[in-house]
Design a protein around this ligand. Structure first.
Ligand SMILES: [Fe+2]
Length: 262
């Protein structure tokens, strides 16, 4: 059966001038994560970058990310996280194969990329025009199995400090997509940890960050020693999907676990 091989990378947190974050070089780990994914599981039909591409957004950060991705000659879709500047992303992540396009029909699948940014806030929200875009796209591609990507999580991950930042109007979002049986999955970043849960017909996923991870089920900010990773989707033409998380085979020996914020 025909299938699409899709890679999700998230939360790169590339710094403008190369300074370390929580003791690590985030650009180095992004490159290692991308290389590991392509070497072990490529080639990919599509790469999704689901937000927090830059820590302190600057044109140069996005230009470097674009150059790194361009080496792999693979279609890439990028969406913004709370740390990003979507205008700069749209300007600098814009080549023949790399874009911030919000929808793509690939094979028998519809891929939708949502913007959950709330300006000057780490909290997620899907604005009215974003929900309108979503509903119009689902109506005009009725029957196409659909994967939705968005930066913030739409269900609680179990860490109270992190769950204060989940999509504020996630109830409206989930009610909307449940009206469309062809919506198969939603995947997010932001939580810097992996999860997968099922809600009615919809599989809900989070991917690990390309850099530092947060401790699952922690009441407060806590950095884990778990290595960076990525999520892979196999999207089958009958609407079935499989997804799995992989991680770099390394120890995060330089990580500053005493940090209290990022
Ligand atoms: Fe992040």
């Amino acid at each position: 059966m025909a299938k699409l091989n899709v890679l999700q990378l998230t939360d790169l947190h590339i710094t403008h001038s190369g300074e370390l974050m929580l003791g690590i070089d985030t650009e180095f780990y992004f490159l290692q994560t991308l290389k590991h994914a392509v070497d072990r599981h490529g080639p990919f039909d599509l790469i999704l970058l689901t937000g927090d591409l830059a820590q302190d957004p600057h044109a140069d950060s996005y230009q470097r990310i674009c150059r790194h991705l361009s080496r792999y000659d693979t279609r890439c879709l990028c969406l913004p996280g709370n740390h990003d500047d979507f205008g700069l992303m749209q300007t600098h992540l814009h080549t023949g194969k790399i874009s911030c396009d919000k929808h793509l029909v690939l094979g028998d699948w519809l891929i939708l990329m949502l913007n959950s940014q709330k300006i000057n806030s780490p909290i997620g929200v899907l604005a009215d025009d974003e929900l309108d875009f979503l509903e119009r796209a689902l109506q005009s591609h009725a029957g196409l199995p659909t994967l939705i990507a968005v930066h913030h999580h739409c269900i609680q991950c179990g860490s109270p400090w992190m769950d204060t930042m989940q999509i504020q109007n996630s109830a409206a979002f989930l009610a909307l997509i449940k009206k469309y049986p062809h919506v198969k999955a939603v995947t997010c970043g932001h939580v810097h940890q992996a999860f997968s849960k099922q809600d009615a017909q919809i599989a809900l996923f989070a991917a690990p960050a390309c850099c530092f991870q947060f401790t699952p089920l922690s009441n407060e900010f806590s950095v884990a020693e778990t290595p960076p990773g990525y999520r892979i989707f196999q999207l089958y033409d009958d609407g079935q999907l499989q997804s799995e998380v992989f991680r770099l085979p390394i120890k995060m020996s330089n990580l500053d676990r005493n940090a209290h914020e990022y």
